[in-house]
Design a protein around this ligand. Structure first.
Ligand code: ZEM
Length: 288
């Protein structure tokens, strides 16, 4: 990996793309876990207190990184270390979010607008408390409480959850097991097609976790849904968006691009030229 001039984000993008291929890792790709890293780095945002979010890369610290919801994301951070070593000028907060958007596009998804300027400066006594990320075992009320807190509406929630086209659950991380779709390294609207199109049955794993399953007729592969995924289908206000995205891949891609960018910008303040103005990242009360 060649060193780069500060600000050469294209060089960083190229190096991220080159590391996505990981023959020894899940489905041969680091892509899905990098998307999850970007999401969890930002998904702690609380609009009311203007705390959390991707600014500060707080997951480097035990207080945030040790949230059980973040189990397994050390793999994603380790994948990115050689990139940080070669391009030491990029902040972790920018690198983690950029890796997510590069991975989405490289796996066949939409281009997602991305702006740099996040800081790694964080007052570690003010890290977001554990419990700000969603719990897959719960239902629609919980999903709304978590995502409304960040400032998203129902349509945006459904679009964001379409990221479950990618990757899989690991019993040693979340306790859930399996992938949502047959080809979990290809970004598509297959998740919505399956959610709306086939019959899901509930089961309890040996570890006591409840999830939903469907045996794909062609591949005979068992696919899964979390209780929160099923909630998007059972809920009268979420369901129309699931149906729309199942039928219309282009609309899903356009909406996902917008909302993933919005997620990664939560808590980042910019001036008219796009420069980040809150690089001290110390305001707000994280203990409310
Ligand atoms: Zn996920 N997600 N997620 N998610 N997620 C998992 C995996 C992945 C929820 C959730 O509990 C889980 C969003 C929303 C929500 C990804 C992206 C995005 C796993 C499995 C769980 C349990 C973890 C494991 O065991 O490794 C819940 C409850 C959500 C909302 C209600 C949003 C929004 C995402 C991005 C925009 C991705 C890519 C994965 C796959 C990770 C991997 O390692 O393969």
């Amino acid at each position: 990996m060649a060193k780069s001039t500060p600000g050469d984000y294209d060089a960083v993008r190229e190096d991220i793309k080159a590391l996505l291929h990981q023959p020894e890792y899940d489905d041969g790709s680091a892509g899905p876990v990098l998307v999850r890293l970007a999401w969890h780095s930002a998904g702690t945002y609380d609009a009311e207190t203007d705390t959390g979010g991707s600014n500060g890369a707080g997951m480097r610290y035990e207080a945030e990184g040790g949230d059980p919801a973040n189990a397994g994301l050390q793999h994603a951070r380790v994948f990115l270390e050689p990139i940080k070593a070669a391009h030491s000028w990029i902040t972790y907060a920018d690198l983690w979010t950029l890796a997510g958007v590069v991975a989405v596009e490289a796996m066949g998804g939409p281009a997602v607008p991305w702006q740099p300027g996040r800081t790694d400066y964080v007052d570690d006594s003010k890290l977001p408390p554990p419990g700000r990320l969603p719990d897959g075992a719960l239902g629609a009320d919980h999903v709304r409480a978590i995502f409304y807190r960040m400032g998203f509406n129902d349509q945006e929630i459904v679009a964001l959850c379409g990221a479950h086209n990618l990757g899989r659950c690991h019993s040693d991380r979340s306790g859930f097991e399996g992938a949502w779709v047959n080809n979990p390294t290809r970004f598509s609207n297959q998740y919505f097609k399956l959610l709306s199109g086939v019959e899901w049955k509930e089961k309890t794993l040996e570890n006591g976790m409840r999830q939903f399953y469907y045996i794909d007729e062609d591949s005979e592969e068992e696919l899964m849904m979390l209780p929160t995924d099923m909630a998007l289908w059972f809920d009268d206000k979420f369901r129309p968006y699931v149906e729309k995205y199942a039928k219309d891949k282009d609309t899903f891609f356009a909406d996902f691009s917008k909302v993933f960018n919005k997620l990664l910008e939560l808590g980042i303040e910019r001036d008219a030229s796009g420069r980040v103005t809150n690089t001290d990242n110390v305001k707000g009360g994280y203990h409310s």
